[in-house]
Design a protein around this ligand. Structure first.
Ligand SMILES: N[C@@H](CCC(=O)N[C@@H](CS)C(=O)NCC(=O)O)C(=O)O
Length: 315
């Protein structure tokens, strides 16, 4: 197991591999909640919280998308680390790389140093930092996006609700299988350590994509004609699929652009206000290819995310 996989697989109560050589994701260690009323000890306040992200990372992509769609960039500050990664200290802050920043809050050079400040032995991004108490609130993207959607509405410039009560059950159902079979499915294929584990992962992954293709043949977004948290969790994986996972994680049975509805969907979501400016393909390809294999970044494929679709006519 490489140190990157070890890090991803480190954590409390991580699941056991069911197949020999299967990749098992880690469990995020910091799991506090910010609440609007402050009852959790972390009150939603403008200027108090800070997000450390990397644009190549699909879990960070969820968070930046949520900030952008909700209009919260003026409430929560962001630093962007580079895709340069070192085994012991994690991703590096390299402000000389276009689109990257330094650590403007703690002045650290690596993500691992931020975890070191609070005694947590993990190095993953995203990290939601509390400037007031000097601690990590959360390093679990699924929970960070929920907080950003639900607890900061007082300051949100956009009225969009990504987790409306009437759709919560359906959102949770999509989240569950999309996470297990698609979001983590690509990593299970890419980090498989046996042919059996790889075969199983890609079979599950492409069956799930077929299932999604059927859903999206009938609906504009996963839960109907309204963008929800389920889309915010799916889109980052589909966005990277043809450019990165197809080659570098050997997910090469089909490309997203080979699916009529998935390719239309990925374009449609990309064209929603606030999505393109929160999506950085250059950092994605640099992130995946500069950390794997011979580090050479491939040229393609050509895929125009801005090509018009007819999906706005769907229900
Ligand atoms: N459960 C975490 C997983 C985040 C995660 O795995 N991030 C990767 C980047 S995509 C990471 O930081 N890996 C650490 C490393 O490679 O050292 C979440 O969803 O927030």
């Amino acid at each position: 197991m490489s140190s990157q996989e070890k890090n991803l697989a480190t954590g409390t109560k991580a699941e056991q591999a069911k197949i020999d050589g299967e990749f098992v994701p880690g469990v995020s260690a910091a799991r506090n909640w910010i609440t609007a009323d402050g009852s959790s000890g972390f009150k939603a306040e403008p200027g108090r919280y800070h997000l450390y992200v990397g644009h190549f990372c699909p879990y960070c992509h969820r968070c930046v998308l949520t900030l952008s769609l909700k209009g919260l960039f003026h409430v929560i500050s962001i630093d962007v680390c580079s895709f340069r990664r070192y085994d012991e200290r994690g991703f590096e802050f390299a402000p000389e790389i276009p689109g990257c920043t330094e650590d403007t809050v703690n002045g650290k050079k690596f993500i691992g140093d931020i975890y070191g400040m609070v005694g947590i032995n993990q190095r993953t991004i995203p990290v939601l930092w509390d400037k007031k108490t000097g601690t990590i609130v959360s390093n679990e993207s699924s929970e960070i996006i929920r907080m950003l959607n639900c607890e900061f509405n007082e300051w949100a410039k956009e009225s969009i609700d990504l987790y409306p009560p009437s759709l919560q059950k359906e959102i949770e159902e999509f989240n569950e299988w999309i996470y297990a079979e698609i979001n983590i499915g690509v990593y299970k294929a890419g980090f498989a350590k046996s042919q059996e584990a790889y075969d199983s992962a890609v079979t599950v992954l492409f069956n799930a994509l077929d299932r999604l293709e059927e859903v999206l043949a009938k609906r504009r977004f996963l839960c109907g004609n309204q963008l929800t948290e389920a889309d915010i969790r799916l889109f980052p994986t589909l966005f990277r699929f043809d450019h990165a996972y197809y080659i570098c994680f050997k997910c090469n049975k089909r490309m997203i652009r080979d699916y009529e509805h998935l390719s239309g969907y990925v374009r449609d979501v990309y064209q929603q206000m606030g999505v393109a400016n929160a999506s950085n393909m250059e950092h994605c390809t640099q992130g995946y290819f500069s950390n794997f294999g011979n580090k050479i970044i491939p040229i393609g494929p050509d895929f125009d995310f801005n090509e018009p679709t007819q999906r706005s006519e769907m229900k």
